[in-house]
Design a protein around this ligand. Sequence first.
Ligand code: SF4
Length: 433
Amino acid sequence: MDLLKTLVDKGLRRELPTRDEALAVLATSDDELLDVVAAAGRVRRQWFGRRVKLNYLVNLKSGLCPEDCSYCSQRLGSKADILKYTWLKPDEAAAAAGAGVAGGAKRVCLVASGRGPTDRDVDRVSKTIEAIKEQNEGVEVCACLGLLSDGQADRLRAAGADAYNHNLNTSEATYGDICSTHDFSDRVETVKQAQAAGLSACSGLIAGMGESDADLVDVVFALREMDPDSVPVNFLIPFEGTPLAEKWSLTPQRCLRILAMVRFVCPDVEVRLAGGREIHLRTLQPLALHLVNSIFLGDYLTSEGQAGKADLDMIADAGFEVEGTGTTTLPEHRVNGTDAASGCGAHAGGGCGAHAEDGGVCGSHAEDGGSHGGVCGSHGGGRGTCGDQERVAASAGEGTASGADAAEKASAGRPDLVAVRRRGAGTDLAPNA
Ligand code: SF4
């Protein structure tokens, strides 16, 4: 398949695919699926070998958010029966983080619901970061606290934070459909603030909110334009009690195509398989390890993942290895700033050009695919900035189950697979790690 050969060549050179090439990946058939995985897997192995980085989520403050992100179980008006609690104390958060590190995680992600932190909240989180770093040598800490105000990124960096997460979630064009209380540019601005403070930027997306293929390509190109070091890919967890509860539009095959597309567009970036992997990829989870080089261990913010031991077994059985703290995750050219030619976002020019405008940023928190995440649902059609997209999808899809067909195939949904988190942070029960 010429498309895959071209994409592998570009990925190995860290060169940006064209928009049409990215769209064509999403439009490949089920017959071509393993070829797509193998091709993107070559790019993944070039930059990350067979290493899998484990990340561990600690929900510092759960529920009761004043924002209205439709995908989020913690949103304003959410009826989801999730754990609700205010800020964990630094020692409580450090204990939860320690369980994740003991389970093999090299990064701890500290997340709090809300539009953004107050300066007092930044003080609390700073103390938590210090406690975690004191107790876990070499651990990386990422903060995910929502929209940042002036100076807050610098203060988090000074407290020892290594990274900041804020997802763009979906395309700029559809952002208004998933949230009315902040916009895409707010998110982009926070990612830029984090980068300016010297924090490693983490920003990703949520798929399965009713977006078109063009929307997915738009958000991934916008992410690349911002050049984050890590890109979490969430698959919507349709929580009962949220506006997107009925939105089951993903198949395992569709998830793999999306991950492959992200890998081709961001070849040398830490691509993280995030929330929703268990419920949407189901038995195909191990195939995703050929595409991503990073996953979350154990539970998510407000939902339960599979047992941490099952994560470790899956990695070993698939022939991959957990990345240790002594190994640098990113390729040398990104770490040493010698990335003259590529990387996610490094070259604004290539291929994307047309809609790079401003990237977007995390929705404050969407590291878990469901608890925050975003969905839209309302435009399944072909909004598209690029007139070619429908042509590409139509030409590639004969007799296949991509795009809308896949959505139809998945419409029954698997709400039985969504389990609200009842253990770990904010409870008296041991964390899943
Ligand atoms: S994603 Fe974050 S900002 Fe949006 S509703 Fe959820 S907790 Fe609030």
